[in-house]
Design a protein around this ligand. Structure first.
Ligand code: AVJ
Length: 334
């Protein structure tokens, strides 16, 4: 059985809603004085394929580095997990990284993957049940950024949250604090969270990771315009725009933009949008944290920082967070 969870209480600034609000988001984002589009719309079928290709690029270190960290330390990461615990994954997708943990979690009560894609959940469940015959998989279709109600019989069980992929980097630091607070509430009592966070590093290495030589990330970014053309009767000339990735050291984030190469007008669903030469559409933020910076945000959200695992090159971090005993009224104040 797949549970659909439509409870929408709080709206963070990225990755919310359904595919059907693409039109509203495009019209809103392109009508702003500083144009922007939410990064969650990258992931249509073509965009998901391109992201898969990105993860294999030599310049894009996060995916392979995080997998290596998980593989090297999964036994350690899971050894403090309570018996009959529930593993809850936020934005589980294909659940590929989860397998690394599951190999070390033979005594799990259930695995609860949460994802907006019902088809991804079905495929993952089929594969996991085959590979781990004793595993009970109870998927929830929904947006992990909103509070999700777990099945009644799992409420009291100890929980381990899993949020890999440095997806947290798409949220602003303030939204990260709110999201970590929401996750802490969902994972109580006895909550723990294993979360992948990309580290601050040399700006050139960061920009290379988001502006690769082969142009795969450029195609991924410009696919947003192609998607507008496909789904919203758009008239964007893809040759009239280019991909840009910049690192803002003050914000500690990579920004992706789509830059207009000339003065032009393009339309979507009959609405025209003017572009000046050099004007950009801001399409993604990817925040990078030092270990201490991330732990401070987690602490303010009611988590006690636990162990931290890194690769030898200090490229990527996997944090363990432990639900603290803070009073619940003050912990959302970052
Ligand atoms: C999916 C959020 C981890 O920020 O690195 C990759 C997405 N964008 N290249 C990231 C992405 C451009 C990615 N995350």
């Amino acid at each position: 059985m797949i549970i659909t969870n439509n409870k929408a209480l709080r709206l963070p600034d990225v990755m919310t809603g359904e595919a059907s609000d693409f039109e509203a988001a495009v019209i809103k984002g392109l009508s702003r004085p500083r144009k922007s589009l939410p990064c969650r719309f990258f992931y249509d079928a073509r965009g998901s394929e391109l992201f898969e290709d990105i993860t294999k690029l030599p310049e894009y270190y996060p995916t392979r580095t995080e997998i290596a960290i998980l593989e090297a330390h999964a036994a350690e990461m899971t050894k403090t997990v309570f018996e009959r615990a529930v593993l809850v994954e936020f934005g589980s997708g294909s659940s590929r990284k989860t397998e690394i943990l599951l190999k070390n979690l033979r005594d799990l009560a259930s695995y609860v993957p949460i994802d907006v894609s019902q088809s991804a959940l079905c495929d993952a469940k089929r594969r996991l049940v085959e590979r781990f015959p004793a595993l009970i998989v109870r998927p929830i279709v929904g947006d992990f950024a909103r509070p999700v109600t777990l099945p009644e019989d799992l409420i009291e069980a100890p929980k381990l949250g899993f949020f890999p992929g440095s997806t947290i980097g798409n949220f602003s630091p303030a939204a990260t604090g709110r999201l970590l607070g929401t996750m802490r509430d969902m994972l109580s009592p006895e909550g723990r969270l294993i979360i992948g966070v990309d580290l601050k590093k040399d700006a050139r290495a960061l920009v290379r990771a988001y502006d690769d030589a082969e142009g795969v990330t450029a195609a991924f970014n410009l696919n947003l315009l192609a998607r507008i053309n496909r789904e919203l009767e758009g008239s964007f000339d893809l040759d009239g725009f280019r991909h840009e990735a910049i690192y803002d050291p003050r914000e500690g984030r990579i920004e992706m933009h789509i830059v207009s190469l000339k003065r032009q007008t393009a339309s979507a669903r009959g609405r025209g949008f003017r572009f000046e030469p050099g004007e950009t559409i801001h399409t993604e933020n990817s925040y990078k944290y030092s270990i201490g910076q991330f732990q401070n945000i987690a602490r303010a959200a009611g988590w006690a920082p636990g162990r931290v695992w890194l690769d030898d090159g200090n490229l990527f971090s996997v944090h363990e967070l432990i639900a603290g005993q803070l009073n619940t009224s003050s912990r959302h104040d970052v």
